[in-house]
Design a protein. Structure first.
Lengths: 605, 288
């Protein structure tokens, strides 16, 4: 026992400083991961930070450990000195294995303990849950270390093996349908491993343990086989011929992969659930019992798509509609799929009887056109044409008129408000901006014969290829040029648009909101007040802008809802400090959607 | 202990088709300095690796302190001081730390004695061994081998790569240590003068077999040579007990080397034979 302890002491003395530094570094990484996960808006559980650590940084730690603890001893070759001492060869190997295992296990377990402690503050962790995650983590760590232990004893061939494995695994992962995460020991730390709280994956645990034992046996065989001469032969430096052979081998493999162009074509997106209504290229996921309604909606959307295809002479891809009941009746959500995926996925409160189905169909249609034009159709200044056309094709909804009229009380129907879509949307909200575009397009449709309107939209949204005008669009709007081509000048469009708006204005109620920076002692806060909307629901929206004032994604907003008359009591205090740039807005639930009563970008002083 | 402290009995070692040792037998008595002499590749290091338990024999056995090494090498190895041919110390360890590290493997380790040995040899105790010269490393290896006061010291070609002064100092220290402590010393080399300087008895090994085992003086008496142009016929067909080791002609002079197993040359009558230097004797024996 004394000699094993002596050897352990030597290992810690030799590698302690370096491994300590690595552990501190990994601790810092784990801390950053933890911080990022804790504040991330998409975070399901803080234990995600542990998952990232185990998948990415634990293998790097194992790699470093295998190099220092095992490969260096045999490459130096100080193992000859050890062999001359009264100690068995297997004792040396087992001591190194046990020490490495302890360190890798400690790093893995430490990561879980820290993330678990933070997660326990706000998540309902149970002992069983943590035990299961710990079990998976530690068995994975054993398999991982066994691999690097064996590789450490492969000597000069370990780096070609690492590189070969990296290439092979990348190839398998990207160019084949084989899902590596289903194989041991990767299955133990799959995508959702920190969420598995009920059952232990005994098959994967057993398989990973067997793999670990196998790798340990390989390591022992390499280290002690033929009285150590096998390892001695492996640990010498590569000859020039061997280096050249390895380099040529890898170059050939890479060229072969490139030539074969075996890049994986992923399976097209599909709903896996049985409760899906399908009509043509449209699939609508529905609740049990909601099939008839979903099928009818799918059929209408399929007709919309066919009409748009014929209108634009542009093939459109599949559309998937999924329910999300916490969205409002006019609130839609677009979930981006893979870049190569031709389909679009949208979410809406579609089983709800209050859902504005036409708005959903127009939204889905616009996303399908965007996808088919590789995103070109969605950019300013032509975005209003996309929105207008998609709404035009599904047919008018009374709610749109009311929203357009509401916006018409605040803005004159000027062409500039169409061109600068993002500005309009930020100030008045998406629903109002969509209705605004629809009304302008409707006015245009009344002025132009259908064939001319069709040609105008086709050339703007789905040109046969990139045209020069696209390149210089920042100075000369292609929309205006196309309008002029069609014989419509901007002034006549504005006049026709205003004429449509005029009779609608009477339908609109008046409400007013103000936002302000409040101060309480040294703390700054946001305050909003709404008048003329008593009994409705209002929302205070706010988000930090950062130094560049970039347009905000919806996920970045904080949203606090309250009765409109009580909104002024909701003061956001202390979130933003002096010098911060903040976007703050007030919305009112009215006319079937959210109308933005006030919005501004402020600098907190 | 009255019996041999180290015995190799019909020791064999095969590496695939290569036979490194073929029935090597020798015996080392307590307190003697034993020279293990042979050419490079003769099997010396293989025999020592078996003795140290680093390698297992394919046949035969090694007995240490009257006990077979089979099954209990670590306990027996703890009673041996071993100086390897090449020193592969941890370069970051100082002599003092190396002493502490090595001491963990020997129950009888004496750190004070080790440090004293280092100082006597002029070795700095707190400098990293990676910066030591070849001679210093060998001195350190000797100190490490003696630090646990072993009854048997095994040296595997310890002077390889040393300059003449360092070589001489090392040999004198080995001899002096043996005389002062009565320690049994098993000394492997391919240099005859080292054996002459240090050893009491010698084993000449060649092709994995012992060609001669005995005292150095006896070895000189056993081998003689004849020089001339026309050799007596009895030298070409010697009587029983005498054999021809070599018969060469160089620059017109013929030279016949003969070995008499019991150093009795009377059977050759009055033929005048010359004594040979030990190096010549060794060369003729291994050439034959």
């Amino acid at each position: 026992m004394d000699r094993v302890l002596t050897l352990l002491e030597k290992e810690l003395w030799e590698h302690g400083l370096a491994l300590g530094a690595v552990l501190v570094f990994l601790g810092g990484i784990a801390g950053l991961l933890l911080l990022g996960t804790a504040v991330g808006p998409q975070t399901i559980t803080v234990l995600d930070a542990h998952a990232s650590f185990v998948r990415i940084f634990l293998p790097l730690f194992g790699l470093a450990l295998g190099h220092r603890l095992v490969a260096r001893e045999y490459g130096a070759p100080t193992h000859r000195f050890l062999a001359s001492l009264p100690i068995h060869r297997w004792e040396i190997l087992v001591t190194k294995y046990a020490l490495g295992l302890a360190l890798v296990g400690l790093a893995a377990g430490g990561s879980l303990v820290i993330t678990g402690a933070v997660a326990a503050i706000r998540e309902p962790l149970t002992g069983r849950w943590i035990s299961l995650v710990m079990l998976r983590t530690e068995v994975f760590a054993v398999a991982l270390w066994s691999f690097f232990f064996a590789m450490g004893l492969v000597g000069r061939w370990r780096f070609p093996i690492y590189l070969g494995l990296a290439i092979a695994l990348t190839f398998v992962g990207t160019s084949t349908d084989v899902a590596l995460r289903r194989f041991w020991p990767f299955a133990l730390v799959g995508d959702t491993f920190v969420l598995e709280r009920l059952t232990a994956p005994w098959g994967a645990l057993g398989g990973a343990t067997a793999i670990a034992l196998g790798l340990f046996a390989v390591g022992m065989l390499l280290g002690a086989g033929r009285e150590g001469r096998l390892q001695e032969a492996l640990s010498t430096r590569m000859t020039l011929r061997q280096k050249a052979g390895v380099a040529v081998g890898f170059a050939l493999a890479l060229v072969l992969l490139d030539v074969l162009d075996l890049e994986r074509r992923p399976d097209p997106f599909a709903f896996e659930s049985a409760t899906v209504a399908r009509q043509g290229r449209v699939s609508v996921l529905h609740e049990p019992g909601g099939e008839a309604r979903a099928t009818a909606m799918a059929a209408r959307l399929e007709e919309d798509l066919a009409r748009a295809e014929a209108w634009l002479d542009l093939p459109l891809g599949p559309v998937f509609v999924a329910p999300r009941l916490d969205l409002g009746p006019a609130e839609m959500e677009h979930e981006p799929l893979d870049e190569d995926e031709p389909a679009v996925l949208v979410r809406a409160a579609h089983p709800s009887p209050e859902l504005e189905e036409r708005s959903l169909r127009a939204f889905a249609l616009a996303r399908a056109i965007e996808k088919a034009t590789e995103g070109r159709a969605r950019h300013e200044p032509r975005r209003w044409v996309l929105v207008g056309l998609s709404h035009h094709l599904v047919g008018a909804d009374p709610a749109w008129s009311r929203r357009a009229a509401w916006l018409g009380r605040r803005r004159a129907p000027r062409y500039d408000t169409l061109r600068q879509r993002e500005r309009l949307e930020e100030r008045f909200g998406e629903n109002a901006a969509d209705a605004w575009a629809w009304l302008a397009f409707d006015a245009l449709a009344a002025e132009l014969p259908e064939e001319q309107l069709r040609s105008f939209t086709r050339e703007l949204l789905a040109p046969p290829g990139l045209v020069l005008l696209d390149v210089i669009a920042f100075r000369v709007s292609p929309v205006e040029a196309r309008l002029a081509d069609a014989g419509i000048d901007v002034a006549s469009l504005e006049a026709a648009w205003a004429a449509r708006l005029r009779p609608l204005r009477a339908e609109v109620t008046r409400a007013h909101a103000e936002v302000a920076i409040a101060q309480d002692g040294s703390l700054r806060g946001l305050r909003a007040a709404v008048t003329g909307a008593d009994g409705d629901t209002c929302a205070l929206l706010h988000a930090g802008l950062g130094p560049f004032d970039v347009p905000l994604e919806r996920e970045a907003w904080s949203r606090e809802e309250a009765p409109c008359e009580a909104l002024d009591a909701r003061v956001v205090l202390g979130r933003y400090g002096p010098g911060d740039r903040v976007f703050v807005a007030v919305e009112r639930a009215a006319l079937g959607g959210w109308l933005r009563l006030a919005a501004s970008r402020r600098t907190v002083r | 202990m009255t019996g041999p402290i180290l015995e190799m009995r019909s020791l064999e070692k095969r590496y695939g088709r290569v036979r490194a040792l073929e029935g090597l037998s020798l015996s080392v008595a307590p307190g003697e300095v034993y020279g293990f002499l042979g050419r490079n590749g003769a099997g010396k290091s293989t025999a020592i690796r078996i003795l140290m338990g680093i390698t297992r024999p394919s046949g035969g056995e090694v007995r240490l302190f009257g006990e077979s090494t089979r099954g209990a090498p670590v306990r027996l190895r703890q009673r041996i001081g071993y100086v390897a041919q090449e020193q592969a110390f941890y370069p970051w360890m100082s002599a003092r730390r190396l002493g502490r590290f090595v001491g963990g493997f020997y129950p009888t380790w004496d750190q004070g004695a080790f440090e004293q040995l280092c100082l006597e040899q002029g070795l700095p105790l707190d400098r990293a061994a990676g910066g030591f010269s070849g001679g210093m490393k060998m001195k350190l290896a000797l100190a490490l081998a003696l630090g646990h006061r072993p009854p048997l010291l095994v040296l595997d070609e310890p002077t390889a790569g040393l300059d003449p002064v360092a070589r001489r100092e090392l040999l004198e220290r080995v001899r002096e240590d043996a005389e002062r402590t009565g320690r049994t010393t098993f000394f492997s080399t391919h240099l005859i003068d080292e054996v002459e300087l240090v050893a009491d008895r010698v084993c000449i090994v060649d092709d994995g077999k012992a060609r001669y085992e005995g005292a150095i003086a006896e070895l000189s008496a056993r081998v003689r040579c004849w020089r001339g142009v026309d050799p007596p016929p009895i030298l070409l067909a010697p009587p029983p007990g005498i054999r021809v080791l070599g018969d060469r002609t160089f620059r017109g002079e013929r030279r016949i080397t003969l070995e008499a197993a019991d150093a009795d040359w009377s059977a050759l009558g009055g033929v005048a034979l010359e004594a040979m230097p030990l190096e010549e004797t060794f060369i003729e024996m291994v050439r034959s």
